[in-house]
Design a protein around this ligand. Structure first.
Ligand code: SAH
Ligand code: SF4
Length: 460
């Protein structure tokens, strides 16, 4: 979500004649796009801001801005902690950034543009204040020109007790399907082959316009028609909304990746209840069964929070047990971080000691890594279709030169593949033969027409 927001802010500033530089010394404006999901993310921003203090003192004409969720959450507190900041802009006001920079340059002073709090007005007013300006795109700011994010939903209404998102990104609202479709066409015209649909609970997407109602499955069917788009992925899914209709759409639409990121968060009913996730372990199991029934071979991944308020060792072991049973492709594991303004912060004690959180994190990670390794091994020996994304991290670090370099790409199921190949392959979908698997990566070689196994048709 933040990468997409940065892309659009850069697009709007380029429209004003700005260019991008890597060096704060050369910059007229320095913007920090921020996250407030965990305390550590905020601490990183505050220390990065601290490093700007001297620069701003030496060059007072530079405009320093903080945008994104932390801007929405902390607002004036940012000016207190970093008095040299000029502008604070919430995720719903990003379109105002060029004007705010101009005002800061011409009039000086500190300027804030943020959305309404959840109870600061009528629902419609609050929703409008969180709207974003998505059609402005800048292909150069994407991870690769062939992959693009496309927001289909803003905000969240689930109010899990630990989470700040419903406050920072506001009420859940689906974008109009026609607007999403038009944006997908623009992305395809710009060369995107893969689009990843974004929403906090992306499969809960719905849009109502008078009598017409569009569901997430219907939206997938609509986007499948966009010429040039070859792969459609979507994150993040909410377990309760993984309906048969959604699964049938994924099954029936070949461009849609059989990859489902559906965070479980905890394998214990009592913890799920304290988190107010809205489902039980039994519901999640049923969902897994539904997925396997409709999409055998689908890759399923999860997020977990360990050390949530009151989490006992028994409750944690239930998470370990369910992880072994579900056999996720991969999981993102986080230590619970108390966030101001959330239900858990107000009503529950953050009482699991940090070393216990750390140990549980490591234990769950070790279990998941073993599963990921075994899961990846099933691909050894077989060719697999890969969208080539670009040079691998190692290739960039080693500063490899020449045409043949180490490349990286992803399978339809979102597995990472690394192989040696010609840079011309970037952006193509090609078969790669896999010869080795680790927990995180598949290692392979380009399958050429000579090395491709011959299929001999025998007729009796
Ligand atoms: N909307 C998505 C998740 C968005 S946040 C969903 O509901 O699945 C991404 C992940 O961060 C969450 O899945 C959760 O595992 C983690 N997270 C959210 N709040 C957190 C907190 N206060 N402490 C630790 N991890 C948190
Ligand atoms: Fe946060 Fe829960 Fe909404 Fe995800 S579903 S963004 S975890 S409140």
């Amino acid at each position: 979500m933040n990468m997409l927001d940065s892309e659009m802010v850069v697009a709007s500033l380029r429209g004003e004649g700005y260019g991008v530089t890597d060096s704060p010394e050369d910059a007229d404006t320095i913007l920090f796009n921020t996250c407030s999901i965990r305390e550590q993310a905020e601490n990183k921003t505050y220390s990065a801001l601290g490093r700007m203090r001297q620069l701003k003192q030496d060059h007072p004409q530079k405009v320093i801005g903080v945008m994104g969720c932390m801007a929405q959450k902390d607002q004036g507190l940012i000016f207190k902690r970093a008095p040299f900041v000029d502008i604070v802009v919430g995720p719903g006001q990003l379109q105002q950034i060029p004007d705010l920079i101009r005002t800061a340059q011409s009039q000086g002073g500190q300027h804030t543009a943020v959305s309404l709090g959840r109870t600061d007005g009528k629902v419609e007013q609050v929703k409008r204040s969180h709207e974003t300006f998505d059609p402005l795109r800048d292909p150069e700011m994407r991870p690769t020109p062939f992959q693009a994010f496309l927001r289909i939903q803003i905000g969240c209404d689930k109010f899990c007790t630990y989470c700040v998102v419903p406050m920072t990104r506001g009420p859940e609202q689906g974008r109009p399907p026609q607007q999403i479709f038009e944006e997908a066409k623009i992305l395809a015209d710009q060369g995107a082959k893969e689009i990843t649909l974004l929403g906090q609970t992306v499969n809960s997407y719905r849009f109502r316009d008078g009598e017409t109602h569009t569901s997430f499955a219907e939206l997938l069917h609509l986007l499948h028609e966009v010429d040039g788009i070859e792969r459609i992925k979507f994150v993040t899914n909410y377990p309760k909304d993984m309906t048969v209709e959604v699964l049938q759409a994924v099954r029936d639409l070949p461009k849609v990746s059989p990859y489902l990121h559906v965070p479980l968060q905890s394998g214990s009913d009592s913890v799920l209840k304290r988190m107010k996730r809205g489902y039980t372990v039994g519901d999640y199991r049923e969902m897994m069964q539904r997925i396997h029934e409709h999409l055998p071979g689908a890759a399923i991944s999860s997020d977990f929070i360990v050390g949530f308020c009151g989490e006992t060792e028994e409750e944690f072991q239930e998470t370990i047990k369910l992880t072994k049973e579900c056999r996720f492709k991969n999981s993102f594991i986080f230590k619970y971080s108390e966030r101001t303004g959330t239900k858990s912060q107000k009503l529950m004690a953050d009482d699991v000691p940090y070393p216990t959180k750390q140990r549980r994190n490591n234990e769950l990670l070790a279990v998941q890594n073993q599963i990921s390794l075994e899961d990846n091994q099933q691909f050894v020996g077989a060719p697999i279709e890969v969208l080539v994304e670009g040079r691998s991290k190692k290739s960039v670090k080693d500063n490899e030169s020449g045409e043949i370099v180490q490349l990286t790409g992803r399978t339809h199921c979102d597995r990472i593949v690394v192989f040696q190949g010609n840079q011309r392959l970037v952006g193509q979908i090609i078969p790669i033969g896999i010869y080795e698997a680790t927990a995180f990566t598949l290692l392979g070689t380009v399958v050429t027409s000579e090395s491709r196994p011959q299929v001999v048709q025998l007729s009796l």
